[in-house]
Design a protein. Structure first.
Length: 271
């Protein structure tokens, strides 16, 4: 166990999250039931920023790299806004006219709408406009996962070229929350605004989802972001995997996330 904790500390330290010790990293196997109920493998990590404490299920997977899928839209949007490829979150990205199964994608969309609908073709167009050299520069500056774009500028986050661990994803959104990424503060605020999902008197929750397929053709699902109660942020990352081609990934990932957060006492404004 000491080796596992040491490995986790090295990764966490890279994002200035916390100094690790046996006292502030708790492995909680009670979360396993939610993955089992949905017939998926996976991991979950929650970082209590105020107390500097982690709660983790499946530490080994939490530090294993895999494709980011649409969670990369966080970085794609940041780079687009920083470089002026996209001016504001209301800038329109034209539909290419190709009919796809997701009806919301078959139209012109603003950046905010494309982010909300996780519109792959619109963000592929953004990536092409950013270009390989500029995109690589920003991925390198973020030390984003393995930092490999691969041959296709418009699908490297989907084709398993680029890979990142759940732990690294959590570190990225923590820095985003605190304006600690190498982008203008207004750019980081714009992306935070697009990530906001719910905001009420008890809590606010912000996240980006992802769904893709690994080299074994297993579905990989993501949810990464934060929940805030009483102005106190908690950062989380959920990752799931299944070989079941009929699994309802969008429903499963949010069901598991909500179940875990509810178990931990969230959604009532008491945290």
């Amino acid at each position: 166990m000491k080796i596992k904790y040491s490995s986790f500390c090295v990764l966490a330290a890279a994002f200035l999250i916390s100094s690790c010790s046996m006292n502030n990293v708790k492995q909680d196997n009670s979360f396993k039931k939610y993955f089992d109920e949905n017939n998926v493998d996976g991991s979950f990590a929650l970082f209590d920023n105020g107390r500097g404490k982690f709660v983790i299920y499946n530490l080994k997977r939490d530090t294993t790299r895999m494709l980011p899928a649409s969670t990369f839209k966080i970085v794609n949007a940041l780079v687009a806004l920083q470089t002026g490829v996209i001016t504001t979150d209301s800038t329109i990205i034209k539909w290419d006219g190709i009919q796809r199964d997701v009806s919301n994608w078959n139209q012109d969309l603003s950046l905010a709408q494309a982010f909300r609908y996780s519109a792959v073709p619109h963000f592929q167009e953004i990536a092409r406009n950013i270009g390989r050299d500029t995109m690589q520069k920003w991925i390198d500056s973020l030390t984003y996962g393995n930092m490999k774009i691969g041959p296709a500028i418009d699908s490297f986050w989907l084709d398993n070229s680029l890979q990142i661990s759940p732990d690294e994803e959590l570190g990225l959104v923590k820095k985003l929350y605190f304006d600690q990424l190498p982008f203008r503060k207004g750019v980081q605020q714009a992306v935070r605004n697009m990530m906001l999902q719910e905001d009420n008197s008890n809590y606010s929750i912000s996240y980006k989802t992802g769904w893709g397929y690994n080299s074994e053709n297993h579905a990989v699902g993501w949810v990464v972001g934060w929940i805030e109660e009483n102005r106190h942020p908690y950062f989380f990352v959920l990752n799931i995997e299944t070989a079941d081609t009929k699994a309802a990934i969008p429903d499963i990932r949010l069901n598991i996330l909500n179940s875990i957060l509810k178990q931990e006492g969230f959604f009532e404004g008491k945290m």
